[in-house]
Design a protein. Structure first.
Length: 94
């Protein structure tokens, strides 16, 4: 877990991003849409930093450590990724 805390200004900026479900002083919850997008782009050999930047995130606010912490999830076996994508997709549809 990151020890980074977000200022009120950071929270305001982050909460305006369409890929942020919730943000507090200590954490960011990304939308299921972003999680699916991230996995797809990462599997297409795009760097995590670039994925976040292209999604409109300010790397200076989020921090590289936070971005790098998303990588272990993408290393899941294919069958688990498919399950996760189906799970998130069904949550978006409902």
């Amino acid at each position: 877990m990151s020890k980074k805390t977000f200022s009120e200004q950071d929270i305001e900026i982050l909460s305006k991003n369409k890929y942020v479900k919730n943000v507090s002083e200590k954490s960011i919850t990304y939308t299921n849409e972003f999680k699916i997008h991230f996995i797809a782009e990462y599997n297409n050999k795009k760097l995590p930093r670039n994925i976040f930047e292209e999604a409109g995130f300010d790397i200076n606010i989020i921090g590289l450590k936070s971005i790098k912490s998303t990588i272990p999830f993408t290393k899941l076996p294919l069958y688990r990724k498919i399950f996760v994508i189906i799970f998130f997709a069904s949550a978006i549809i409902s």
